[in-house]
Design a protein around this ligand. Structure first.
Ligand code: URP
Ligand code: ZN
Ligand code: ZN
Length: 472
């Protein structure tokens, strides 16, 4: 049976229009005014509301064994939190450690999500070591529809890869036409600086940032870009946090390197002073790359507006207060990460669109359309068009609220954005035509989410040819 959404204003990355939407068989079937639909069609009244394409979070951690513990969410809790906040698809980092088998890890992550996630999902496959067996397994994983890799230049001896492993990974990525996402911090410098600070008795969370200064991220970003250039692979820098690293990424883009840039919610709204708070208050805000000096925030927003930053994710990574306290007396042991999957859309709408920092079409672009295009989900996801999945967010711009741990749905006992105002929230959220959320309450089918299989889309390009690209 069909479903009609009437009276709302559709807003996509390109345009806005007062149109009705008719949905059949999980997809958008017709868009227009005065649509002729069967007389008994169920209707949702969206009068006075905006209708956005379902938002896509391109960077989340849900199942994550990391720093001697596990992130708190399950696929059930994280996906419901995502949906309540308007995110209808997430791409999770599948991260077996360097001592684990890549394929066994991939199967484990898939098993955790299947039947548990209430929204659609895909994976970035982490490459945490390189050998013949891993290479063969990666080929199989790409054939299974996971068309993006993840490498960590940080986290020495756990997730981190060395330069040789990065080169081999990128060579394979170029051959297979998959994109490689990368955490860009120089692992050796971090390890050395951490030891130096600890030896000086500097043990609190306020020393996390000085142990991974901007130069460490800039070096990683620049090195990743150089390796992309020499292998002809396509790449995506995750959670870029500061002006000098952005400079390195933009310089690479200008050289014709196929490089996309993501920033994440914490780096756009929080600064290092949060991590400099006393005790566990500071620990809540320890993530990597770290929260930076305030001057970087305006640069990131300007870059977002100008199109130099392509996407905004969350890097959702919830560790609770007890876990954060594992690093009491030694900042290097504080589990890294800040949750945010539920709050990205509302905070970006409020602090971006409402405050005049981001045009509403660019807002849709960075939170939905660009992630869909970069990661091979477009036009199935990331837009509202005939034939696209009916993943829709009917948005109430009159809503007023405050972010709080007391009302959040992620399985964590703090929220890094506590007290932030929101001016707008999803009224109705649907996944492939099924209403999953109404006004902050999950009302849908708990296991509705499907794994999205993607085709490689980054055909081999001659290495280091220095040609300009237009984002393709
Ligand atoms: O601090 C962070 N970002 N934790 C999650 C793991 C990662 O590096 O993305
Ligand atoms: Zn990372
Ligand atoms: Zn991450």
């Amino acid at each position: 049976m069909g479903l009609l959404i009437k009276g709302g204003e559709i807003v996509t990355a390109e345009c806005r229009s007062q149109s009705d939407i008719y949905i059949e068989d999980e997809t958008v079937s017709l868009i227009g005014r005065g649509l002729h639909v069967p007389p008994d069609t169920e209707a949702i009244d969206a009068t006075g509301k905006l209708i956005f394409p379902g938002f896509i979070d391109p960077h989340v951690h849900i199942h994550l064994p990391f720093m001697a513990t596990f992130a708190k969410d399950t696929h059930s809790t994280a996906s419901k939190a995502a949906l309540i906040g308007g995110t209808t698809t997430f791409i999770e980092m599948c991260c077996p450690s360097r001592n684990e088998d890549a394929l066994a890890g991939y199967e484990l992550w898939k098993q955790k999500a299947e039947g548990s996630s209430a929204c659609d999902y895909a994976f970035h496959m982490a490459v945490t070591r390189w050998d013949a067996k891993t290479e063969a397994q990666l080929r199989e994983i790409v054939r299974d529809g996971t068309a993006s890799f993840k490498i960590f230049l940080a986290y020495k001896n756990f997730f981190g890869v060395n330069d040789e492993e990065m080169f081999e990974t990128l060579k394979l990525a170029a051959e297979l036409g998959v994109i490689t996402t990368a955490h860009c911090e120089n692992a050796e410098l971090v390890a050395q600086l951490q030891q130096r600070l600890l030896a000086e008795g500097k043990t609190g969370p306020e020393w996390h940032e000085p142990s991974r200064p901007e130069a460490v991220e800039t070096e990683g970003t620049s090195r990743f870009a150089t390796f992309l250039e020499q292998t002809g692979a396509a790449g995506y820098v995750v959670h870029l946090s500061c002006a000098p690293a952005l400079g390195a990424a933009v310089a690479a883009k200008l050289r014709g390197v196929r490089l996309y840039v993501e920033s994440v919610l914490p780096h756009l709204l929080l600064d290092r002073s949060y991590a400099e708070r006393e005790g566990v208050e500071g620990m809540k805000h320890v993530m990597s790359p770290p929260l930076r000096d305030k001057r970087n925030l305006a640069v990131l927003w300007n870059a977002l507006r100008a199109g130099l930053i392509d996407t905004v994710g969350t890097d959702h990574c919830p560790f609770d207060l007890q876990q954060k306290l594992l690093g009491a007396g030694n900042f290097t042991q504080i589990p890294n990460g800040i949750p945010g999957i539920e709050d990205r859309v509302n905070l970006m709408y409020t602090h971006g669109v409402k405050r005049g920092a981001l045009n509403i079409h660019r807002f849709v672009d960075v939170l939905s359309t660009r992630p869909a295009k970069i990661f091979g989900l477009f036009p199935r996801k990331g837009t509202i068009a005939a034939g696209s999945d009916a993943d829709l967010v009917i948005y109430d711009t009159d809503y007023r609220g405050t972010i709080s741990v007391a009302t959040q749905h992620s399985a964590n006992d703090y929220n890094g954005f506590e007290g932030f105002a929101i001016e707008g929230r999803p009224s109705v959220v649907m996944v492939r035509g099924r209403v999953q959320v109404r006004d902050g309450v999950f009302v849908g089918e708990p296991g509705r989410g499907r794994m999205l299989r993607r085709e490689p889309q980054y055909g081999a390009r001659k290495a280091a040819q220095g040609e300009m690209t237009h984002g393709g």
